[in-house]
Design a protein around this ligand. Sequence first.
Ligand SMILES: [Zn+2]
Length: 557
Amino acid sequence: MPSPVQIVPLGGLGEVGMNCLAVEAAGRIAVIDCGVLFTDEPFGVDVLVPDLSWLIERRAQVGAVFLTHGHEDHVGALPFLLRHLPVPVYGTRFTLAMVKGRLEEAGVAADLREVVPGDVCPAGEASPISAEFIAVTHSIPDACALALSTPQGTILHSGDFKIDERPVRGPGMDLERLAALGQAGVRLLLSDSTNSERPGWSRSESAVGPGLQDVMAEATGRVFVATFSSNAHRLQQVIEAAAGSGRRLALLGRGMVQNFDIAKLLGHLSEPGWMPVSAEEARRLPPRELAVLTTGSQGEPRAALGRLARGDHPDLKVHAGDTVILSSRQIPGNELAVGRLVNELCARGALVRWDGHPPLHATGHAQEAEQRRLLQLTRPEFFVPVHGEYRQLARHAATAASEGVPAGRCHLLTDGQVLSLTDAGARILPDRIRSGRVAINRDEGGAVEVPDAVIEERRRLAEFGLLMVVVSLDGASGAVLGEPEFQARGVAGLEGQEAELGGEVRRALEALAGGSRATGEAAWRAARVELVRVAVRRWFRRATGRRPLVEPVLLVR
Ligand SMILES: [Zn+2]
């Protein structure tokens, strides 16, 4: 009897981001994608990565990582995975180019293996799983779906996709191959749910170019265009719009410069006949002759557009009469940051344009009609919606049901729930495996894991402050010498109350005065430290309703 296959989602099912899925058969495991989730959480948390402990415990069984495309929410957590399990990583050329820099920054060596659509790659030695890469259209070049050949038949993973019938470049989505797989029989389809709540067919990427061209032709000042730097087809359209309206192009933001170079090197940008101008040249050009591609469309304060908005970018300034185009969608959670950015730009006299009339952005994700098309082409026996919050997964499952996948064969999984595929069918196993999120502080110098307890401590520090209580005790009698002293950082409600709180501390310690130190110095101290902490906390709760962090310091004389 063919071996069962387990589908193990470690991230991306129940949230938008940190996509990571494991597929296990006959004791061998293949991993699809390993991404981060950007977060607006405060307290020094930059990104979240999936809890990878399930994979790390099974490191000897993992044979390969297959990457669908190079977006951070699909590849950004690779360094954390490869540090523990150095397995081969398969991806297309642009995908691997996106990954290389990240791995180098993290100091992680990797066995990267380049593929082209049509390639079939084994998931390691003795693995019954292999993956075929199939070209799809998305908001980054070289994106692929994966058709996994397994002991339980073909499992098709859509990756992130849209069905763009007029792509800016490239062959487009390989609908023929997908239809052929459907004809041969797809056992299970896992499909991108990001836009399942949007009806109809998504706008083609190529519809954005004319809009950009119109705005640039109309504008009398400089035009700044903020977009994701990995969207090479968007960059190409900005280049053309700039050229068509008599503007030279400058680049702002480290990511923009890097990804522009990669896209150019890999042939995704037509030779514009001229190079982007330097910042110095850009400053000299008349405003009517300059367009600027910049990072920071999501309101990130440290990105180039955020700095321009605050007026502290070293290279360029935004002046009254300039136009700023946000050629992007706000990622949910970034609304406040983008709102702040737009206010700051408007206060400088800039005209801020975003998608509307004319079109200035196109989504990279399939909307409902495209999701239906994929279901019709592939006619899967079982269906699991992936990449989305629960509501988006549920909506996508309803779409699949209306396309003829019986409701009992649409499985709504969230991270940590395992789907077992056997000859008898597919069912969700009763026990969840360990999954979750790990918070990461990611600076230019590297990445540090931030445990939950540390985040909780930071939250309390931010909310209530820190109070140090210094008490001198007589070593022999345990009596309090002098008055307790307080050093507060960010604590409200203490001023003028020091004497009262000092009295509280003194009374608490007097209850233990005379206690013997014979039981041990450490225990003697610990008992008093705890007493002080409890007394101070109790006083604060009563007096202010707040709970500052309390750090007693005992000076024993
Ligand atoms: Zn993507």
